[in-house]
Design a protein around this ligand. Structure first.
Ligand SMILES: [Zn+2]
Length: 335
């Protein structure tokens, strides 16, 4: 696979060890809530199943893992709120049970944890169903530690239309615009992954400052509606935002997804807008299969190896592994 000279291997390992590695999306919380049938595992125990647990995060050199709460209901029903609250409980409970990981809400805490040799977890919501159309619940989730939010998974919510609700060509709803303003006031990162294209463009129009696409790739490299086209990538860069590269094989390469093909997406963003707007957003534990060379979170260093093989500079590799996302966190998150 990624074949490096001894010197390249040393450089890759040094850089990966130095880097603040940020992954802006995983669905591991679905595996950690006891209320869900077939709860798969404990965060602190190494498992052969799925993609993320603490031992494998340590091995993969991850500094900050965003844990998304995806509640999986199409309707805006109380069950979505209940599931999200159970996930908040599982997130804090599992982290408190393990010395090597801490829950964070601020970028400073991520940097301090890196110095202390600890992994960090940041809480996010994927799809705003649990908010039940209530800005009060947005504030409650902020108090519970949520610092990143997308308004829709693939369906329609009171805030916006997701990809599978694109027929109407909708914009943010009035409530969506209010929620965006409230997120700015609170200091929460806005995530456009999964939105219908027309909503993406409305966000780009309405939103001041940076937003991210936590787990979306390039449509020009792999034509899939979950990926961003070049105009969207330029708009994201105009906002000084970041897109996290998604490892879902269908978004990487329809024929054969590999770590090399994933890095082709990174190359594409860098060629188009420069090295400041791309990061990692694995989607681990939310995807059924993985690219060759990225079988679980312990394989994250293979991305660094491939970037080294392609002769990226130290500075650009550190940006891509996490500094770019950290820049947005510093800009947006207040407390
Ligand atoms: Zn997703």
């Amino acid at each position: 696979m990624v074949d490096l000279t001894g010197a390249q291997e040393d450089r890759a390992m040094r850089l990966h060890g130095e880097a603040v590695v940020v992954d802006t999306h995983c669905d591991t919380l679905m595996q950690l809530i006891p209320q869900r049938r077939g709860k798969a595992r404990e965060l602190g125990e190494r498992s052969e199943a799925g993609h993320i647990d603490l031992p494998r995060m340590v091995e993969g050199g991850v500094t900050c893992q965003t844990f998304a709460m995806f509640t999986g209901t199409r309707a805006v029903v109380p069950e979505a709120l209940l599931t999200a609250l159970q996930m908040v409980d599982a997130f804090h409970g599992q982290i408190e049970a393990n010395e090597g990981i801490m829950a964070v809400t601020k970028p400073d805490e991520i940097l301090a944890a890196k110095k202390a040799g600890k992994v960090t977890g940041l809480l996010a919501i994927e799809g705003a169903e649990p908010l039940m159309g209530d800005l009060g619940l947005l504030r409650v989730f902020h108090r519970l530690g949520v610092r990143m939010l997308s308004f829709a998974w693939n369906w329609r919510t009171p805030f916006a239309d997701g990809l599978n609700a694109k027929r109407s060509g909708g914009k943010l709803t009035d409530l969506g615009v209010q929620a965006l303003e409230e997120m700015d006031r609170l200091g929460m990162v806005y995530d456009v992954s999964h939105l219908a294209d027309s909503v993406f463009w409305d966000v780009a129009d309405v939103k001041k400052g940076a937003f991210i696409a936590s787990h979306s790739n390039c449509r020009d490299v792999c034509d899939h509606p979950r990926n961003l086209n070049d105009d969207m990538i330029r708009a994201l860069a105009d906002h000084i935002g970041v897109m996290g590269m998604n490892f879902a094989p269908a978004f990487v390469d329809k024929e054969k997804a590999t770590v090399e093909r994933l890095v082709d997406h990174i190359d594409h963003v860098v060629d188009l807008v420069g090295p400041d707007y791309v990061g990692l957003g694995s989607d681990f534990d939310g995807i059924g299969s993985t690219p060759l060379g990225l079988e679980d979170v312990s394989k994250m260093p293979n991305i660094t190896r491939e970037l080294v093989r392609r002769e990226y500079s130290d500075e650009d590799i550190l940006k891509i592994l996490g500094q770019n996302h950290l820049r947005v966190f510093k800009e947006v998150i207040r407390n």
